[in-house]
Design a protein around this ligand. Sequence first.
Ligand code: NDP
Ligand code: 8X3
Length: 251
Amino acid sequence: MEKIALITGATSGIGKATAELFAKEGFKLVLCGRRQHRLDQLKDALSAVTELVTLNFDVRNRKDVLNAISALPKAFSQIDILINNAGNAHGLDTIQDGSMDDWDAMLDINVKGLLYVSKSIIPGMIARKSGHIINVGSLAGKEVYPKGNVYCASKHAVDAINQGMRKDLNAYGIRVGAINPGLVETEFSDVRFKGDRERARTVYQGYEALRAEDIAEIILFVVTRPYHVNIADLLVLPTAQASSTILRKES
Ligand code: NDP
Ligand code: 8X3
């Protein structure tokens, strides 16, 4: 039987690339996001390739998260693979200049949203004593860079939650692991810089950033290992990037 994967943040970037690759590999999909037109486009594009349903909810709204996931049609209700990917940075400011709205967004989406989605799916995995959770963290969950303060805090929280889930779910045979990318060229910087495309573009200029497809391939590798293999924590960087602050640019 095909495995069922639920992917949050499937409307763009890493989540979208993962949805497209997983569809090709024959996974049944539950694709989540807020932009309905993007969910519709995904449905149109991927329905010919695999069976899928889309769910529209904001991960910040715990009632909507629980309602949407608990109302999944029976054929999609037993999630085998949860990919906790939805998230973003909002702003890049010193702690003294940071906006409280940006702080709320990052902590509510990247941390609490990930928890709400997980809480909706883990009970079923426990009952079936099977499942695999992939948490998309970041290099920002391993290091703190200037002006990264709260985004880095949110991804350090994902790192802690990843470790905590692995320990708490060990008794049930559920695999838990994190993928922590460095710079990936997606809509991430458009969101961080609130639609300032010029500023967003400069983040990826002068070197070869990771592509969303690179991370999707790694996620596919992680979930297709034999059951006794759990890839617990991966850091994936562009070759040009050695750390949050060391980036070799050609120009
Ligand atoms: P994108 O901005 O391209 O994608 C973000 C996805 O998250 C979108 O599908 C968006 O969908 C969804 N999302 C955002 N906010 C919410 C919300 N409140 N409720 C539901 N869904 C939401 O960025 P990436 O693909 O780059 O980011 C994916 C993950 O990878 C994030 O967790 C990010 O922190 C992490 N990451 C990214 C890196 C990078 O350099 N790009 C590096 C390291 C980690 P919609 O707007 O439709 O809701
Ligand atoms: C995204 C990578 O370096 O912009 O998590 O924080 S970075």
